[in-house]
Design a protein around this ligand. Structure first.
Ligand code: DON
Length: 319
């Protein structure tokens, strides 16, 4: 059915409207069974495919949650956006631009060919190579010190303490030969100062942090709000870093499908293989969704459709 497209304005509609629109978006997609759960990490294959949650959080801290919006799942690649923001806050815009890059590879998220085609340059912090290199830049004398900083930053984005899914962490640690190969390849090109095994371990841990669709919406709304968590009031990263992060997400948040995503939804977003998705409307708020059935690129099918619908009816498209 045709959907009325609102024009982007400075704010979301009134909260009662948003409640009804979020519920309607959820109901439209609830019975969609397209796609399949991720299987290349054994513990993700056990996800309940029909789980579905939608959350919208605005920059005033108002929340609208429907379905499994509070169900926890491992954050996976969505962590890349927030670890990037943490590292950019520490090392600065220029260092990230030079060292990691901000361009789309045009290839899959765990492509080795993308590294080879670019003389070892990881290209951007949203693909595995760039994310592992970004995590390695977190300041700290020991791996545990880096981990504390990382976990504290992602928890500050969510406004609550985030814990690890130990089963996912163990499962991925046993099956991530490809990420270990990517880290060693980066080392061979002089693109990694840290021990590659340590960098991959930290990256695997960050991917195992447990979040809900509601958490993702709060985390996204923090970037939409210039780095201030609208629920806790904490300034988590600077306004400049928030803008930089949204620019990187616009270019590569949905990997090789980032162009289509921007074309259809019109706001920066980030996906993860456990089925999470966040779409961020600068100055307004963010949508968080959870639905584990994925398309071939590893992006949640219902998540993308829900974000597309909500972007239209809430008038989020920035173009
Ligand atoms: O490194 C991996 O393969 C996973 N920990 C994360 C990949 C991911 O979420 C890709 N997203 N669609």
């Amino acid at each position: 059915a045709a959907v009325e497209q609102r024009v982007s304005t400075g704010s979301l509609p009134g909260w009662q409207d948003v409640d009804a629109l979020v519920r309607d978006a959820y109901e439209r997609e609830r019975d969609d069974r397209a796609g399949d759960v991720a299987r290349y990490i054994p513990s993700l294959a056990t996800a309940v495919p029909d789980q579905f949650g939608v959350a919208v959080v605005d920059v005033m801290g108002g929340a609208h949650d429907v379905g499994d919006a509070w169900t926890l799942f491992s954050i996976q690649s969505i962590s890349k956006a927030f670890v990037y923001a943490l590292v950019a806050d520490e090392v600065g815009h220029d260092a990230i631009g030079e060292r990691i890059g901000v361009n789309n590879t045009g290839l899959g998220f765990n492509s080795v060919m993308a590294i080879e085609l670019n003389e070892g340059h990881p290209m951007n912090p949203m693909v595995n190579a760039g994310a592992i290199a970004t995590t390695a830049l977190i300041p700290g004398a020991t791996a545990e010190e880096k981990w504390s900083r990382l976990a504290a930053a992602l928890s500050a984005f969510a406004g609550r303490h985030l814990a690890i899914d130990e089963a996912v962490y163990a499962s991925e640690s046993q099956s991530n030969d490809r990420n270990r190969a990517i880290a060693r390849l980066l080392l061979s090109y002089g693109r990694l100062d840290d021990d590659p095994a340590e960098a991959v371990d930290l990256y695997t841990r960050q991917c195992s942090l447990l979040v809900s669709a509601h958490d993702l919406a709060v985390m996204g709304a923090t970037l939409a709000d210039g780095g201030v968590n609208p629920v806790s009031g904490e300034q988590v990263v600077s306004g400049q870093v928030s803008r930089d992060t949204l620019a990187v997400l616009a270019a590569s948040g949905l990997y090789e499908h980032s162009g289509e995503w921007l074309f259809e939804i019109g706001v920066p977003g980030k996906s993860g293989v456990s089925g999470g998705l966040v779409a961020i409307a600068p100055g307004k708020g963010a949508i968080g969704t959870f639905s584990p059935r994925l398309d071939a690129a590893g992006n949640s099918v219902r998540g993308q459709r829900t974000a597309a619908h909500l972007s239209r009816v809430l008038g989020l498209n920035i173009f």
